[in-house]
Design a protein around this ligand. Structure first.
Ligand SMILES: NC(=O)c1ccc[n+]([C@@H]2O[C@H](COP(=O)([O-])OP(=O)(O)OC[C@H]3O[C@@H](n4cnc5c(N)ncnc54)[C@H](O)[C@@H]3O)[C@@H](O)[C@H]2O)c1
Length: 429
């Protein structure tokens, strides 16, 4: 993407970002320096019971003169009900003393729960009062995030995602004030991620990078005149982060998956995830995430898997619209085709090969989806209108329908590697 007066740039990132092995040690002195008296630690029971990290953090906070209140009610894919229950529990423990801030430790689920709590604790209202608008009664409490997966990038994003009972898709609380005050990314905290979590999170990160690289331009996004846009289309700065994220992700994900203790690969995936988030957290996403939310509503499958299954089919659909970008991705992924359109189509096929190597389903049948459910996925995906309106082809209806049908049948322009031509060698045949 060229720098030009035509392309406006909106970029919002958290105030402080630290990537450092052993970064956990920095939290307590920082809270003390901010003048915090009471901090709420938000995590789940895996971390409070099976690692020493929460105990060390609590002790360091207390030695720094802070009161540390532990909330380890986190769970994968938090619901609005869980957020309200956790809020009640923390409020009753806090009593009359308000919290000064929160510290989240965990994957995207725990960080999102903490973001929700940063609003509900500050304003003593249920989380549903904050969904779908930014007309909040005031700011959230400040949040320090420590991710333990390399995937969601929630440590820099403006959103928190919840399952809301009764809604067909996940819902979002979103606003620039929700971005953490500080994020400490410590690769050592990801070493204990089991391969399945590594694969899910890693594909989430690669999806963020690719989807944000090929999204709508900022000038066409419609946020140009918004006072404080959170997601506002791609611009030269977001594209710079996306490109680097894709390169690092293709280099390190399989190694991190196969060799969990490989700190070099884990560090690579921390950067992949972070750079992807620094791209999508300003540019926004579109069809892959919209359809993934619809699929998750039916299957309860993880965020990484539901994204991964749609990613190659969205890339393939956009091969003639975002040819230059996808050709670059194709070359990063190993395409040897001589022409940009061939490379762009290989990008989709090689991404699907990577997903297969990570042991994930590569079509909707792999999730047990039946043909009669496709219309519901298309409809629910389109209904996530903040994402549908950012799809580079407008209106997106026909494209969404074709993508979902291709994802069901496993149809790409380049046939499957197993049983079809290997795109890495096809050009030489
Ligand atoms: N806010 C955002 O911007 C944003 C973006 C994308 C996704 N999300 C949300 O994030 C959630 C997914 O987050 P995730 O992929 O990070 O997974 P997760 O937080 O749901 O964690 C998955 C499982 O892995 C475990 N785990 C996490 N880190 C571990 C570690 N280091 N060692 C051992 N076990 C570990 C957790 O305890 C949990 O059981 C979804 O709810 C999704 O909707 C949010």
């Amino acid at each position: 993407m060229n720098i030009s007066p035509e392309h406006p740039l909106f970029f919002c990132s958290p105030t402080r970002l630290i990537v450092q092995a052993g970064g956990l040690q920095r939290i307590a002195p920082f809270c003390k320096q901010r003048g915090w008296k009471t901090a709420v630690i938000v995590t789940d029971r895996f971390f409070s019971e099976q690692t020493s990290w929460i105990q060390s953090l609590k002790q360091a906070l207390e030695e720094s003169g802070l009161r540390a209140v532990l909330c380890d009610l986190g769970a994968a894919n938090p619901t609005t009900v869980l957020c309200d229950q956790a809020s009640q529990s923390v409020l009753s423990e806090l009593g009359d003393t308000p919290a000064d801030g929160l510290i989240a430790l965990g994957g995207g689920s725990n960080i999102d729960l903490a973001k929700g709590l940063s609003l509900t604790l500050a304003h003593r209202r249920p989380i549903s009062d904050f969904i779908g608008h930014t007309n909040w009664p005031g700011r959230p409490l400040p949040l320090i995030a420590m991710p333990t997966t390399s995937g969601t990038g929630s440590e820099v994003t403006a959103g928190a995602i919840f399952i809301q009972p009764g809604s067909a898709t996940k819902v979002a609380v979103m606003g620039n004030d929700l971005r953490p005050l500080m994020s400490v990314v410590d690769p050592e905290l990801t070493l204990s991620c089991p391969p399945r979590v590594t694969a899910d999170a890693g594909m989430d990160a690669i999806t963020h990078a690719i989807e944000s690289w090929i999204t709508m331009n900022a000038k066409d996004f419609g946020a140009v005149n918004e006072l404080d846009p959170a997601y506002s289309g791609r611009n030269p700065l977001t594209v710079m982060f996306a490109r680097e994220s894709v390169r690092i992700g293709f280099e390190h994900l399989l190694t991190a998956f196969r060799e969990p203790n490989n700190l070099n690969a884990r560090t690579g995936m921390c950067y992949c995830s972070l750079y992807a988030a620094l791209s999508y957290a300003s540019s926004g996403l579109h069809a892959v995430h919209g359809l993934a939310y619809a699929l998750a509503g039916i299957t309860d499958e993880t965020h990484g898997r539901t994204n991964a299954v749609f990613l190659p089919y969205v890339m393939d659909h956009l091969a003639t619209v975002r040819t230059a970008e996808l050709a670059e991705i194709g070359k990063i992924a190993g395409s040897r085709k001589p022409d940009p359109i061939g490379q762009a189509r290989d990008a989709a096929a090689l991404t699907r090969d990577l997903i297969a190597e990570l042991g994930m389903p590569t079509d909707l049948k792999g999730f047990g989806i039946r043909e009669h459910q496709l219309d519901q996925i298309i409809r629910d995906g389109l209904n996530v209108s903040r994402l549908a309106k950012a799809f580079p082809i407008q209106p997106p209806n026909a494209a969404y329908a074709e993508i979902v049908r291709n994802a069901y049948h496993g149809t790409l322009s380049v046939p499957r590697q197993f049983g079809g031509a290997d795109p890495r060698t096809a050009s030489q045949q």
